[in-house]
Design a protein around this ligand. Sequence first.
Ligand SMILES: [Zn+2]
Length: 384
Amino acid sequence: MRFEISKVLDAIEGRVCTDPSLARAVLDLAEVIRYQDIDGGRPASLLRLGMVIDALSRELEEDSVQVYAVVHRALLSDADLTSNERMVVRRWADDGLVEVLDNPGDRMLEVADLLGLPVLSRVRFDGLRGRFPWLVEQAGRVVAPVPGAGGPAFIAHVGGGHAPVAGKRSPTGVKLLARQWRCPESGCALFGGGGGGGAFADLAGGADRSPAGQPPPALRNGVPTCPRHGVRLGDGGPRPRTEVLAVRVGGLVRRRFVLSEEQPVVAGRAPEQDGGIMLGQWLNDEARRWISRGHVRFELRVGEVIVTDVSTNGSGIRPAGSMAEADRIPLAPQQSRVLGENDMVELYPGVQIGRAEELPTGAPFTPTSVMAEAPTMAMRLPRP
Ligand SMILES: [Zn+2]
């Protein structure tokens, strides 16, 4: 039992991040874990985070969606959580996967404003509508997770819909995210790079994080500030450019990944390279035989995405996403090509990678549940 819960928590760990390019919604962890009416269980449970992430995945019709979680520091010692759950949240904090704050205040809305993300919350935020006009002006920008048939569902605070709707990054957000930032506190998990260092920092994940994936700084009186340590951040120069790509298998987006100028990314059945994108778990036997361990390599150069076939069998380009066979351009092994705005590279029929914003998703497939490993006891839902 304990072992299975640990596996669920590990699965949820892959769905929390503070990367501005990958997070799809922002939430307050202390609020979400206390939605007791969702499962009628313990006063607080970290599994509810997984249930809310599943609901988001269903609404976006996309697998592996990630959320930006703001965490009140008191949660790290909250007696309503199990010791295992507290340990897991502490690990997420140390790795910079979540943002831990002494006083979260309106940080959740600030993150949503800077990144243009929807907010998953039952709180009404009445006093903050002047500062964040989108709270009332954009339907679906804030949705409340509520009990539903087969897991949580969402209800929009404004507009009455159920789909979380993203906005645009605010002009301040665009400015802040054009730079990389340094926290003077050594070992800062959010804006690190100053202290620690070396191979162990790499293993820890947080301390040496890529500047391309840094979270948005907090603004205190107009000054970029570390939300964790409350100190002024140093400007570390321009942030590396990035492009968000998505893997689509069988018509459904399975995961997104960030391509930055700093490092090429290899995708394939089971790439050996660091940061490789493994597709094996979504492939049938024929696709597994065709697709090489490392199949295509992506590089970002002067704003262009270059794709190079590094496979045995080759791949193809679908220009402007066209699925007509006549339009498919073969990409032979070792051949390179600039990936146009709406182009997809096709590793095998039905297995495509392209820019995330241009890739339609929502095939009649059910997204994989992050809770798949959850024992039925923990998943007990209230009777209708
Ligand atoms: Zn810091």
